[in-house]
Design a protein around this ligand. Structure first.
Ligand SMILES: [Zn+2]
Ligand SMILES: [Zn+2]
Ligand SMILES: [Zn+2]
Length: 280
């Protein structure tokens, strides 16, 4: 007897046959019954693709283990980037650079950081000067990182000149002119200048306290600020009672004995009174 055979992936089932047990002669041949089953293929990943590196896969039969040729799984191209790190700060003059890297494949990607917006601040927009008077009181501030003053220019050098460091000098002629300060970034600002024959009059005295309390024998120095900033009128100081407190022509108050005293600070026609209380 020849036993029947189940169908496999590649071969059909066979019926039972018969042969001579002595000489082996087929007496009743086996016959094909059901056709071959075919492979039960499933996909197997040998290596996952990453963002930067191809993977590999193949198909194999779950029943007999037959394998197809390997094929490639293309790289995903989707990197897992961390946060950007700044490698060069942006300034008012140059772009910055930031870089991030993929935590899987290490691929680096850089991007540009926009230049900083230029900024310029002047402490005044207009000044008055007496003929031949110079001032360095016009100041530029607030510049963005990397920026600096490139040059100053006068619209009329017969009236006023300006150095590259911002020293402004009135000439012999009276009149008006405009100074332009230009930064390296190209940002500009202007100051109007009026030149007159007479001294620039003080309009306000500030920077002082109205009331000061001092212990006897202590000193304090007054630091008045005149407005406009180009006023250079002489500042004088006067005490109402030298026995209680004195004041020097440099503004140094010396407390003498307990009591109250008025210190008058004067520039031109403007006055500021500081009341000093001297305690034991
Ligand atoms: Zn036989
Ligand atoms: Zn198979
Ligand atoms: Zn990657």
């Amino acid at each position: 007897m020849i036993p029947a055979k189940e169908a496999t992936c590649t071969e059909p089932s066979l019926t039972e046959g018969k042969k001579c047990s002595t000489c082996g002669k087929i007496l009743e041949p086996q016959e094909e019954a059901d056709p071959a089953l075919g492979h039960q293929m499933k996909s197997v990943t040998d290596k996952e693709a990453t963002c930067g590196v191809d993977g590999r896969r193949h198909e194999e039969c779950e029943v007999c283990g037959y394998k197809n040729a390997e094929e490639k799984i293309p790289a995903t191209g989707e990197h897992k980037y961390g946060a950007y790190k700044v490698t060069r700060d942006a300034t008012a003059l140059t772009n910055g650079i930031k870089v991030r890297s993929c935590s899987v494949c290490g691929n680096q990607e850089s991007a540009s950081i926009a230049k900083l917006n230029p900024i310029i601040k002047l402490n005044t927009t207009s000044i008055t000067l007496k003929v031949k008077q110079s001032t360095t009181k016009v100041t530029v501030s607030g510049l963005a990182k990397g920026d600096r003053v490139a040059f100053w220019k006068s619209s009329n050098t017969k009236i006023v000149t300006v150095s590259n460091t911002g020293k402004i000098t009135a000439q012999k002629k009276t009149g008006s002119a405009v100074l332009t300060v230009t930064l390296k970034s190209g940002k500009k600002a202007i100051v109007k200048v009026k030149v007159q024959k007479t001294d620039v009059k003080t309009k306000k005295i500030s920077g002082l306290s109205k009331n000061i309390t001092l212990k006897a024998k202590k000193k304090v120095t007054l630091k008045p600020v005149l407005s406009p900033i180009t006023s250079v009128q002489k500042i004088t100081y006067k005490t109402s009672n030298k026995a209680i407190a004195t004041v020097s022509n440099k503004g140094v108050i010396t407390a003498k004995k307990p009591g109250k005293v008025k210190i008058t600070v004067q520039a031109g026609t403007k006055k500021f009174v500081v009341t000093v209380t001297v305690k034991k």
